[in-house]
Design a protein around this ligand. Structure first.
Ligand code: AKG
Length: 247
């Protein structure tokens, strides 16, 4: 039989347990179960942030209009099918500048505050567009590899339509693999953001149906980018690395 003072003590313990448990739940939600969980971005070479941005209908319509009006074809496969086109995003309308501002703020807060977001580009693949050759957007030079993680140049692809795709070779950063890496085709939903390191082996996917999406470089002052350059694995990477990249 419990004494009255023991009963009071027990009920105090129970009362105190509630909030403690609830706090632990909140902490786990914010931090994940493992404290100091490593950033997959610097292991896999990329990460996907689901539902990062809202794409209002008027923004989507305007992006389609712009890319149809002024796009030019860009690097594609070895024999360019001219079905991958791009144009610089312009945002004269208030709703467009509000969209870009929100997008840039999101990146500053959730991806990196140390990198500068270069011009947004609208990419469009026409139906039947072939996949790109596997490539990196940067060479893993000494400058690049010596960058502190928070300053490594990144790129960002934003899906503004469902069924947006990107081909990646997971874990292929730094030209340093010693095992075969197969291609993974990642699928993005409208509003998802794909963030990847400049030295990740990747390639624009093939499309049966038309697809438009947004793309931007997140430049680092510690490792300047050579404009309009890509480094095709079969052409520019050393054989000791390219032999591990399965096309
Ligand atoms: O076309 C795409 O979806 C991606 C293109 C890309 O990342 C590139 O050209 O480096």
């Amino acid at each position: 039989m419990l004494t009255r003072s023991r009963k009071r003590k027990n009920s105090e313990i129970k009362r105190n347990r509630g909030p403690l448990k609830r706090n632990r739940g909140i902490k786990e939600k914010i931090c994940g179960n493992q404290p100091n969980k490593p950033d997959r971005l610097h292991i896999d070479g990329y990460k996907i942030i689901k539902k990062a941005v809202d794409i209002p209908d008027n923004v989507y319509e305007e992006l389609k209009k712009q890319v149809d009006k002024k796009a030019r074809f860009i690097f594609n496969s070895s024999r360019n099918d001219k079905k991958r086109v791009q144009c610089r995003l312009s945002y004269r309308q208030k709703y467009m500048s509000a969209f870009v501002l929100k997008l840039n703020r999101y990146i500053k807060k959730n991806v990196s505050n140390n990198l500068s977001i270069n011009d947004w580009v609208i990419l469009k693949s026409k139906p039947g567009c072939k996949e790109q050759l596997s490539h990196c957007d940067y060479l893993p030079s000494d400058d690049f590899m010596e960058c502190p993680e928070d300053y490594i140049p990144l790129l960002c692809l934003v899906a503004i339509e469902p069924n947006t795709k990107i081909n990646v070779w997971k874990n292929s950063i730094g030209y340093s693999s010693l095992i075969k890496i197969n291609k993974t085709i990642l699928s993005l939903d409208k509003g998802d953001m794909f963030v990847f390191r400049g030295d990740l082996v990747h390639a624009g996917a093939s499309y049966d149906k038309e697809n438009i999406r947004l793309h931007a470089y997140l430049d680092s002052f510690l490792c300047p980018r050579e404009p309009n350059r890509t480094y095709i694995i079969s052409k520019h990477a050393p054989n000791e690395f390219s032999m591990y990249i399965e096309e």
